[in-house]
Design a binder for this molecule. Structure first.
Ligand code: ATP
Length: 140
């Protein structure tokens, strides 16, 4: 059997399918850090954290914001089951900026540990969304 030269990438969130494409490379935000996947990668299962996922098709890179879920890697395919995911062009920048401001205000308001942690994660989500959205703005 021929060795795979591309990956079949599927990205699904709780309520929809976002990506179903043949790609050359993927970078995934694992809970323990980012990892890259090329065709013929060793099979693995990973927990997703909060972060930016990108995939490359030739010279073109595409970006998504991801929050939690699972990744399954096989030599010829990557499946991402994300709790929350948005493509760069879907991200509402005004909403992400408002979420960032809200989270910062909460973090400086002397909260309990649990609420501080919740605000910290909300801040992280908003920063990731703004970072992912910036790729669309740079290219246009
Ligand atoms: P917010 O405080 O603005 O609701 P959040 O981080 O609490 O942000 P999530 O719980 O992560 O939001 O997501 C809830 C839903 O809203 C998901 O479907 C997510 O894709 C969508 N969403 C959240 N923020 C944005 C954004 N800035 N642009 C587009 N969709 C967003």
């Amino acid at each position: 059997m021929a060795l795979p030269t591309q990956l079949h990438l599927q990205i699904v969130s709780a309520d929809r399918s976002l990506v179903d494409e043949r790609v050359d490379e993927v970078e995934v935000p694992g809970v323990d850090g980012y990892f890259g996947v090329l065709p013929r990668h060793t099979p693995l299962l990973a927990l997703l954290g909060h972060g930016e996922l990108w995939y490359r098709q030739g010279q073109d890179k595409h970006y998504l914001a991801i929050a939690n879920g699972f990744a399954e890697v096989l030599p010829d395919r990557v499946t991402i089951l994300a709790h929350v995911a948005e493509t760069a062009s879907e991200i509402d920048i005004v909403r992400a900026e408002a979420a960032m401001k809200r989270a910062r205000e909460r973090m400086s308001a002397g909260l309990s540990d649990i609420d501080f942690e919740r605000a910290r994660v909300a801040l992280l989500r908003s920063i990731i969304r703004l970072q992912v959205a910036s790729h669309v703005r740079i290219r246009s």
